[in-house]
Design a protein around this ligand. Sequence first.
Ligand code: COS
Length: 380
Amino acid sequence: MDFQFTKAQEMLQKVAREFAENEVGPLAAEVDRTGIYPKETFEKMAKIGFTGIGTPIEYGGSGGNDIDKVIVVNEIAKKCAATAAILSIHTIFAQGILKFGTEEQKKKYLPMMAEGGCLGAFALTEPNAGTDAGAAKTTAILDEETGEYVINGTKCFISGGAQAQAVLVFALTEPAKGLKGMSAIIVEKGTPGFTYGKIEEKMGIHGSETAELIFDNCRVPKENLVGKLGKGFNIAMTCLDGARIGVAAQALGIAEGAFEESVKYAKERVQFGKPIAELQGIQWYLAEMATKIEAARWLIYYAASLKNSGKPFTKEAAMAKFNASTVAREVTNLALQIHGGYGYMKDYPLERMYRDAKITEIYEGTSEVHKVVISRAVLS
Ligand code: COS
């Protein structure tokens, strides 16, 4: 088993690290304070090719694979978890179209998502369908006369939902069949009947906007159906498997960012006449953090490499995400502890990292859902 980056991946990591340090890090506190979606940063990420990672060059993407995506999301999350979330979630739309879309859909949407700086979103969750995603009630009924789907319902907690140029919406095309009657349909921004409701105020990842999407007799051409009719739930689950590796990479980045801050602080902070890095209690914290981070990293790269090679990776993606998000919470907690009172203040990034880490245990599937997925796999 080869765990080495290729030369190109080493270069990508260097570029991503520099971009994160120069373009993302300096804005992170401001993005957190204002909650304003960092549009310019997203456009810069499009220019540099990050938004097109995983999309083939023939469709305007940058090529690359899941390892490359992990590298970039990881580096950006070290400096700003919200910006990493925006990038990571954006790529789910493109991946869904790439895997299940028609040639026309690929030609239309992939270039604009990759190079055009347009954001994509993924709308599955509803007020009464969170972990139980199959309980979604939004409908998309075909009007045979006009050849349009008429969409009615409300989606909630949709990352980037109000900014996105196109949203992959999961709706019941045959409501009587429940989740077996669910289909995936593209809805473009500006389509009559498609509006935004509440923009959520959250504990963390403030720059990654979370919106309610309202569909009120929203009509879209039947050509907007993605994949087979009635296969929407399977499409959603397939997309989420990949997205979970992205969240794991984000969680890893948050943990690494907090760890790096802690090492720096421990060497600088003098108490009892010496840097606190010389105290065994602090050394043990750092050792614990470093070990958890390293273990999380390899589980993520393992899941990503399985996905790349076309092997089943559902269980490993769930493990990688469950583990990395736990590590992000534990490591940011210890990092804040090492910083003491300063860590609790907004002058330092620790309290932001601590808040940002929590969502990784919740979105794209809670830790409890991952335990369901893992236990089903090991018991089957
Ligand atoms: N990839 C592809 N298809 C999958 C799949 C996967 N990882 N997991 C399940 N499916 C398919 C099953 O094969 C089944 O298809 P068929 O009916 O064709 O056989 C169908 O989906 C239903 O599967 P299952 O019976 O396992 O569904 P459940 O209702 O028990 O749901 C959980 C399973 C709980 C795991 C699922 O609902 C889930 O992941 N929920 C969390 C949702 C989530 O992550 N939300 C985050 C926000 S997204 S905006």
